[in-house]
Design a protein around this ligand. Structure first.
Ligand code: GCU
Length: 612
């Protein structure tokens, strides 16, 4: 009971910390703060703590403290101020600092960002928010010397109201970003990806009416092909008993509703005219939401996604998910992907590969990826960064994991392309881990019962030499789709071992192989048993594809990985040099021979194939 009370309090405090998200920024009145920001590298967090390690935030008047967020300037000749943003170096936002500054390539610590801006509201009683697409890992945000809040989690959005702090001229927005890895955070200290720090996604000012449509959810109700369900949530002084409208002109739908005493109006509308969204026909409708003072437009697709035994049904038809995993990295820039151009590059490669599906590993990617997936017809697996050896016993760790899952569901719940929420990746089985994942599972269903739940589960071998493979992971009971990573032929024997594997997966659920593959340096050639050559990787893909097709419940695969990515774990000189080389495309953007093996497999699969 005490644990649950502690968790409730933690979740309450976290929810108090970051405000609920504003839905659909592209449909709002926004002003970009992207561009050149000043920055100060602060490894000792001298701008946050005094010499007795007391946070300047705790001072009676923080804006008069020595904190860098005060942006103090000397007035008298004798004034001592030992920092100056205007005289400090500059950096681009959005963008990680590691790939922008040679001296910050390995930096893990605090960097202070500062942006000055003028702002004139369009209407005197409008409200104004500042919205961050993400900041890795912890962001402490201040406007004009006053703290707005603190956000943890490197891959999800957050926003703060600044209406009462905003000036017409010379506002200064200062953000302390700390990307230090910590055991009890999510992810924890050990990952196989680069810890890119900074304001890695767009920063925007959002202006809204005094009472505005803060959030809404409009999707087909679970297991329904005709009923659009969800809600409209107002925020403001007049949010209760307020008239709102939902219109979908192309469906000749117009629904007038009234909000309840919490400012919320439930949606439940039937239509027999819906053209379902699919990869072949990514149909998006102009959905209009009106409150008295505003009209929000969003482009939303409608589709059903279910499982039936071992089948995954998209709009009632069995589908095979021809997928690929990818990290959020533009290899040509060598840093975090963050733009629509980056999304076109990465999803363009996936399309060329013959994919209808991508696994956005191992954390929520930027919103451009899911918006573009909606437009071009790419199904999406989104993943919470509960990766490897998380601190399962720590209530704060759970609260952080749930908060990040809440944020990605909130942001992407109206995106038809998103069909699977993944709880975790390759997490060691224990009672504490089961409790943690079951709570995440139950929370996800509360937030969104319309999508499928999965996780990269633990797999084990039985029988002589462990050649009989089963999914022994107890979390398999809770997921809709069974997924697991397997590296037979790379971490487990040579490619020829694939042929010896027997599958004994006895759960009557769909199976997606969430990872398989191996490394190759693009352009390195040799025989098929010489590791790191393209020929070895090509051989491994051929053998792996043959092997997985022997799984009767196989309904998809997302081999590891679309393109080489940075990792501090991969240090082999002349081959890895800080890159994980399992990409089908090299860090130079050039395809490897295995790309064409997978492309051939996908291209020659029947449209709505099961496995064969
Ligand atoms: C693991 C893990 C990936 C990692 C990959 C590898 O399965 O899920 O994050 O990069 O293996 O070893 O390359």
């Amino acid at each position: 009971m005490l644990k649950r009370l502690i968790l409730f309090l933690l979740l309450f405090l976290i929810s108090m910390g970051a405000e609920s998200l504003i839905q659909n920024l592209p449909g709002r009145t926004t002003t970009s703060l992207n561009g050149i920001w000043n920055y100060i590298v602060d490894p000792y967090e001298n701008g946050y703590y005094n010499y007795r390690y007391t946070p300047f935030d705790d001072y009676a008047d923080p804006s008069k403290s020595g904190g860098y967020f005060a942006n103090q300037k000397p007035v008298n000749p004798w004034d001592r101020v030992e920092y100056d943003f205007e005289l400090s170096e500059t950096i681009n936002v959005p963008g990680d600092w590691n790939s922008q500054k040679e001296k910050l390539y390995y930096y893990e610590g605090t960097i202070w960002y500062k942006k000055s801006f003028d702002y004139i509201r369009e209407a005197a009683d409008n409200r104004v928010f500042v919205h961050f697409g993400a900041a890795n890992y912890q962001a402490d945000v201040y406007l004009n010397g006053h703290k707005l809040g603190m956000h943890k989690g490197g891959f999800t959005p957050f926003n703060y109201e600044i209406t009462d702090l905003l000036k017409t001229h010379d506002n200064f927005l200062i953000v302390k970003v700390d990307n230090k890895r910590k055991k009890d955070e999510v992810p924890t200290v050990n990952t196989d990806w680069w810890n890119f720090g900074g304001l890695t996604r767009d920063v925007q000012i959002v202006e809204v009416p005094e009472t505005f449509v803060k959030d809404y959810f409009v999707q087909l109700a679970k297991d329904s092909k005709r009923t659009l369900a969800g809600y409209i949530q107002l925020d403001g002084v007049d949010e209760t008993n307020r008239k709102v409208e939902l219109l979908i002109p192309e469906l000749k739908l117009r629904k007038k509703l009234k909000t309840d005493d919490l400012g919320r109006a439930e949606l439940n509308i039937s239509s027999k005219r819906i053209t379902y969204w699919s990869p072949e026909n990514p149909k998006l409708y102009d959905v209009i939401i009106k409150s008295g003072t505003e009209e929000i437009h969003d482009q939303i697709g409608f589709r059903t996604i279910q499982t039936k035994g071992a089948d995954i049904l998209l709009n009632g038809e069995s589908i095979f998910l021809k997928g690929i995993s990818l990290h959020e990295e533009n290899p040509l820039r060598g840093g975090r992907a963050h733009s629509m151009e980056d999304a076109h590059l990465l999803l363009g490669w996936a399309k060329e590969l013959g994919c209808n599906y991508v696994r956005l590993a191992h954390y929520p990617h930027n919103e451009y990826m899911v918006r573009l997936a909606d437009e071009i017809g790419m199904l999406v697996w989104e993943e919470n960064p509960v990766y490897w050896t998380i601190s399962w016993e720590n209530e704060q760790t759970y609260a952080t994991a749930q908060q990040q899952l809440s944020e990605v569901i909130s942001r992407d719940k109206n995106r038809a392309s998103v069909i699977i929420w993944s709880m975790a990746n390759e997490t060691p089985v224990s009672d504490a881990r089961m409790d943690f994942l079951k709570k995440l599972h139950d929370f996800t269903l509360q937030q969104d019962e319309t999508r499928l739940i999965s996780a990269a589960l633990e797999m084990h071998g039985e029988g002589e030499d462990g050649l009989t493979r089963k999914i022994s992971d107890p979390f398999a009971e809770y997921v809709d789709v069974l997924s697991f990573n397997q590296y037979i032929g790379w971490y487990d024997g040579l490619p020829e071992k694939c042929d010896q594997i027997k599958w004994a997966i006895d759960q009557d659920k769909p199976v997606i192989i969430s990872e398989f593959g191996g490394g190759a340096l693009q352009g390195l050639h040799g025989d098929s048993l010489t590791i790191w050559t393209e020929e070895f990787q090509e051989y491994l893909y051929r053998e792996s594809i043959e092997m997985i097709q022997r799984i009767p419940q196989l309904r998809g695969a997302t081999p590891w990985i679309l393109v080489d990515f940075h990792s501090p774990r991969r240090v082999l000189p002349g081959i890895q040099d800080g890159w994980n080389r399992k990409g089908l495309i090299g860090s130079n953007g050039e395809k490897k021979k295995a790309f064409y093996v997978l492309q051939n497999y996908y291209t020659n699969l029947p449209k709505h194939s099961k496995n064969k």
